[in-house]
Design a protein around this ligand. Sequence first.
Ligand code: AMP
Ligand code: GLY
Length: 423
Amino acid sequence: MKVLLIGSGGREHALAWKLAQSPKLSEFYVAPGNPGIAEHAAAVDLNIDDHQAVAGFCRDKAIDLVVIGPEAPLVAGLADALRGAGITVFGPSAAAAQLEGSKGFTKDLCARYDIPTGAYQRFTDAAAAKAYVCEQGAPIVVKADGLAAGKGVTVAMTVEEALAAIDDCFDGAFGAAGAEVVVEAYLDGEEASFFCLSDGKTALALATAQDHKRVGDGDTGPNTGGMGAYSPAPVMTAEMVSRTMKEIIEPTIRGMAESGYPFTGVFFAGLMITAKGPELIEYNVRFGDPETQVLMMRLESDLLDLLYAAASGTLDQVSAEWSDDVALTVVMASKGYPGSYDKGTPIAALPQTGPGEKVFHAGTALKDGALVATGGRVLNVTATGKTVAEAQAHAYALVDRVEWQNGFCRRDIGWQAVAREKN
Ligand code: AMP
Ligand code: GLY
């Protein structure tokens, strides 16, 4: 099978590494890729915003499956253009990607299909939003409707904070994403991420993960794209997984199909496990980064089979097997991230890895043959263990063998789960 992968991050390196293990893979291309992915796939010089050029490449090479990693090309309609050209694609249409692209769209779907989520209202003017906040009181959550790179959400502990967040949105702090605002009830509980494939009709549960969004140890400091993750998430017991499937995922698949937007791809559901059970915080319509890195370490099935089944409407014919091991990834970032940081700093050495160890490339490049850091999040140092504590010790032992002076990482990824194991 000939595959084209779209993307260049640690998530795509993890997908590429796993796809490359498939005996069915015959040719493998990536656009744009990175030096880690280049060990598995041939990098092609394609402008992924030029949908016709991508379709033309797929026709020339007789590509059997395109796997789209990030959300931006999905929201821009790359999957639609490729499907229109008769190409099999893993990833939702632009219309279905509204599940991630518009919080209001998702909340309305939840309301229509009785999917548990915080009570909410949508607003296009500040005065009405503020009146609602004053009526509801704090804590309360204010969200810019559109894609705001994870920065459009304020969990306000006071009414004043919520009012200020509403002003920020309507004053343009998040650009067009803030032209509409969703105000929703604060959900109290433990967060978890749940991943599930869909071919538009059938759901196939993958696995669970927990991430660390804050830059500093003890979950302090500003939010980032994610500083580390582990899988499985201890809070997602078999009962919670089965309730999530029944109460959240299945009605979503039905709702999307009935609305005329059948969903093909992966649901990445951000959940709050409250006293009532799982409630939906948000959907992403692509794999998580760095959650995918830990998922792929635990997946025992052929990823190509799974993604092809989701893309071609045959998900009812496959199943996914997972290792019982815990996988944990530590993100190494450029000093200064998520603020400004130097680009092009040298990575002198990466460790040789053995079984249960992998260093995924997220923001690297080759400059005159030498490896350099080009992004904020640069390496995903990943390892497995029988427990979270073991996986954590294993991953940090690997981190300590990375020679990159301008890099830093959190030293406590997985701390809540490690504490739970001690009890
Ligand atoms: P989102 O971008 O919607 O995932 O929100 C970012 C983060 O804000 C989530 O990961 C939660 O930690 C927090 N959050 C969002 N919505 C709520 C809510 N209704 N109640 C409590 N925390 C929330
Ligand atoms: N790690 C969070 C995300 O991929 O959005």
